[in-house]
Design a protein around this ligand. Structure first.
Ligand SMILES: *[C@@H]1O[C@H](CO)[C@@H](O)[C@H](O)[C@H]1NC(C)=O
Ligand SMILES: *[C@@H]1O[C@H](CO)[C@@H](O)[C@H](O)[C@H]1NC(C)=O
Ligand SMILES: *[C@@H]1O[C@H](CO)[C@@H](O)[C@H](O)[C@H]1NC(C)=O
Ligand SMILES: *[C@@H]1O[C@H](CO)[C@@H](O)[C@H](O)[C@H]1NC(C)=O
Length: 223
């Protein structure tokens, strides 16, 4: 699980084991898009210089390690950093010689979760490593709630609602009236057409009928 770079394996074997590295917290819990500060301390002397410090930190996941931070002789090597962390890691240079290692990791992602292992070497004091666990959970789904409105905005909305509904009702009223009027006019012309049609039909029937039939018909209609 713990991945030590060959450099540190080599250097570790050369120094004694009195060098101490502590982590402020062994476990961190955070939510996606939040920022977090990971902290640790290590043995230092008042005359410890930045140039005597070497640090190598990485996120150890099931798939592969991702380099979080690489400090060589007090200089950061950004090219070592994994693109996963590009632009998201800040460290405190000023407090490092005091033996305080501080990382600010911003805009956390769920896949930042895992073990963070830091190897620290201070020449000629020694080297050691510590690890901490970070668990980044997915941000809670934003509830589909309306942004809170001021009472004024709410009353204004109410007013618009009333105006809108009134307008709709008015339009509906006029459309209904127009429909009724049109329907009546339509029926009238339709009826007139039927009357005209039926009278012309009667005439054609009459002309088609034989004189006797015609007489019969006349009689019938006269009854
Ligand atoms: C590490 O932690 C131990 C126990 O809490 C403490 O005694 C020691 O001073 C710490 N060392 C550093 C370098 O932080
Ligand atoms: C997180 O860090 C980024 C960059 O450092 C910053 O712009 C942002 O305001 C921080 N957000 C919070 C909630 O602290
Ligand atoms: C983590 O997720 C980001 C997108 O949220 C993606 O760009 C990145 O490649 C992922 N990294 C890993 C190690 O899966
Ligand atoms: C991460 O945190 C969540 C929420 O607290 C928890 O349910 C989950 O078990 C944790 N995952 C691990 C691997 O610790």
């Amino acid at each position: 699980m713990i991945v030590l770079t060959p450099l540190f394996l080599f250097l570790s074997s050369c120094v004694s084991g009195t060098f101490v590295v502590n982590v402020t917290q062994t476990s961190y819990q955070a939510e996606e898009n939040q920022n977090i500060t990971l902290e640790g301390t290590f043995s230092s002397r008042t005359d410890t210089s930045l140039r005597s410090i070497y640090i190598y930190c990485e996120l150890s996941t099931e798939s592969r390690p991702y380099v979080l931070f690489h400090l060589y002789k007090g200089d950061e090597l950004p090219e070592s950093q994994d693109p996963q962390f590009a632009g998201r890691v800040q460290w405190d240079k000023d407090v490092l010689p005091e033996g305080r290692l501080t990382f600010h990791v911003s805009r956390l992602r769920t896949n930042d979760s895992g073990f963070y292992v830091c190897d620290i070497l201070v020449r000629p004091d020694g080297s050691n490593y510590r690890r901490c666990w970070l668990n980044v959970t997915a941000a809670k789904e934003l509830e589909p709630q309306r942004p809170s409105e001021s009472p004024h905005a709410e009353s204004l909305r109410g007013l618009w609602l009333i105006v809108g509904v009134s307008a709709a009702l008015l339009i509906l009223f006029f459309v209904t009236i127009a429909c009724i009027v049109l329907l009546r006019a339509n029926r009238r012309t339709h009826n007139a057409a039927i009357q005209m049609e039926s009278s012309s039909e009667k005439q054609t029937i009459r002309t088609n009928m034989s004189p006797s039939e015609s007489e019969h018909e006349v009689r019938l209609s006269n009854i």
